[in-house]
Ligand binder design. Structure first.
Ligand code: ZN
Length: 175
């Protein structure tokens, strides 16, 4: 990149390496959820869906005449986006489970050791339900979601980098 003031080795922020993957993710999510038809006209480089009048890909900004088009997104590429979803979802789920586990522990602590009103099963139960909800939200979508998102993006970008390298090697091999 020209004029790059960014210090090297400082590690890029999630999604900065391939900005078009970030733009494509919601589109690929729709494709994975079968909300859009699988066939169409796609960019031959990044597999973003092209409009009939597009001469330049709106995602990777490459000239369509140069990179060609594809009629569908290869399964191999869809799997890369699926991995991003899976990794992120796993972190959200694990975080929510941790939140529920903490609330359950609090419930037991209150029932067993809670002094006075705090030891009342009704109060402990309210802590279990209300606290469970709040802690599941906190550790799930908020904390787990953030960590999961960064890890998932890094993983997706690494898979895409490997895909690009393989594709390049194959096209060179063909001549
Ligand atoms: Zn493209």
């Amino acid at each position: 990149m020209s004029g790059g003031g960014r210090a090297e080795g400082r590690g890029e922020r999630a999604g900065e390496r391939y900005p078009y993957l970030e733009r494509l993710q919601p589109k690929m999510d729709e494709r994975l959820e079968r909300k859009v038809p699988p066939a169409g006209r796609f960019c031959g480089f990044c597999f973003g869906r092209l409009q009939p009048h597009d001469t330049r890909c709106p995602y990777c900004e490459r000239e369509v005449a140069e990179v060609g088009t594809a009629r569908e997104v290869p399964q191999e590429v869809l799997r890369i986006y699926w991995t991003k979803r899976r990794v992120e979802a796993r972190w959200v789920h694990a975080g929510a489970m941790l939140g529920l586990a903490i609330a359950s522990l609090l419930f037991v602590v209150l029932v067993v050791w809670g002094p006075g009103l705090l030891g009342h099963p009704g109060v402990a139960f309210a802590v279990l339900i209300g606290g469970g909800y709040l802690l599941a939200q906190l550790f799930g979508p908020i904390i787990g979601g953030q960590i999961g998102y960064r890890r998932a993006v890094r993983r997706r970008d690494a898979l895409w980098a490997a895909y690009l390298a393989r594709r390049e090697a194959e096209s060179e091999g063909r001549g």
